[in-house]
Design a protein around this ligand. Structure first.
Ligand code: PLP
Ligand code: COI
Length: 339
């Protein structure tokens, strides 16, 4: 019952909703969209998803606006990105039209779970594709399941829009230099679990990964991209091993709209000593400000927020992004799909 949900207190967790939507790829084509009330799937014991990690996913959000309308943020971008992920690990790509239709459908079916305007919460949409046909040799599946579940969520970092500390550790890489980092592949997240748990146990909200080849440049920040404000410029890493974040892309556009110069380039680790603000950005993280970055191997501490408060540019970008998502400000770039 949604009446029992305390929207303002939601964390980033799983709450059951009414429906999920599914579509199967068999005999070389996608079938009809199925609506399901079941929270489980029936899977072959030799499915490639189970043995060889043929699994990709997406993450996007729907928001209840000031006007009561439901808006889905940058749906087409996620549709395009999951196609790249599918090609990356040899899965059948979900056509943009099918992805779009299924996202709209699952949000509509679960509309009562879209948190109210002003609660700070949103409906997280999680599309997922897995290889389901039996295969014991290391080969791509011939059959796939694409499904979308939704769940209402609050902030990813429990602190919300408050600066947190992040850390650098060289003991773990989440991806290889020319590996799967640029795609949203489940295995990348498995590879990040130990580092993430270690960071959490030391009181850090996330790990700031360095490039896996030379460990000289910044890569990304746990399940989010990283950006910093340096002398009034927005700087963010260009790297082959990071996920191209749709939130980062949006913030770069908003920064340019505000007259801020954007630089997407290699950022040497030492440059952290010269930044004035920083944040982790992503669908779940939105723009989570960073207080301090501790290099656990060298002992160097880069203090970003001297007063423990988010900086002015990160705050302005965060507010602008939220205002567009919530329909408080005109969507001049056409990012929202109104349901
Ligand atoms: N990087 C990683 C590894 C992620 O898991 C995510 C989350 O989706 C992001 C970056 C941010 O991407 P987006 O802004 O498209 O959600
Ligand atoms: C997202 O921001 O959508 C993500 O996928 C991050 C995550 C919780 C894995």
């Amino acid at each position: 019952m949604t009446e029992e949900l305390d929207w303002g207190k939601l964390s980033f967790g799983y709450i059951p909703t009414d429906y999920n939507v599914r579509c199967y790829y068999r005999d070389g084509k996608w079938g009809d969209i199925e609506v399901s009330q079941s929270e489980t799937i029936n899977l072959h014991i030799a499915a490639t998803a189970l043995h060889y990690g043929q699994e990709i996913f997406e993450g996007l959000k729907a928001f209840r606006g000031k006007d009561g309308k439901v808006r889905i943020f940058r749906l087409e971008e996620n549709a395009k990105r999951i196609i790249e992920s599918a090609k990356g690990i040899m899965m059948a790509p979900v056509p943009v039209e099918l992805f779009t239709e299924m996202v709209k459908k699952v949000v509509k079916l679960n509309e009562r779970f879209v948190p109210p305007y002003g609660s700070g919460a949103s409906l997280y949409i999680r599309p997922l594709e897995i290889g389901i046909s039996a295969q014991v040799g290391v080969k791509p599946a011939t059959e796939y399941l694409f499904l979308i579940l939704v769940t209402p969520v609050g902030p990813y970092f429990k602190e919300g829009f408050k600066p947190t500390n992040i850390c650098i550790m060289r003991e773990f890489d989440r991806v290889a230099p020319k590996g799967t980092g640029r795609w949203k592949v489940g295995g990348n997240y498995a590879a990040s679990l130990e580092a993430g748990e270690r960071a959490h146990s030391l009181g850090y909200s996330a790990v700031l990964y360095l490039d896996p080849k030379e460990k000289k440049y910044l890569d990304e920040c746990g399940p989010a991209n990283f950006f910093a404000i340096k002398d009034g410029k927005y700087i963010t890493p260009a790297s082959e091993s990071i996920l191209p974040s749709i939130t980062n892309k949006s913030l770069m556009q908003l920064a340019e709209d505000m007259g801020i110069t954007v630089e997407r380039r290699h950022i040497p680790l030492e440059e952290l000593a010269e930044i004035q603000e920083a944040a982790a950005c992503g669908t779940a993280a939105v723009a989570s400000p960073v207080a301090e970055i501790d290099d656990l191997d060298t002992g160097v501490k880069y203090v970003v927020s001297k007063d423990g408060q988010p900086g002015p540019v990160v705050t302005a970008l965060y507010n602008k992004l939220r205002a567009i998502q919530l329909g408080e400000e005109e969507d001049i770039h056409g990012w929202n799909t109104v349901i």
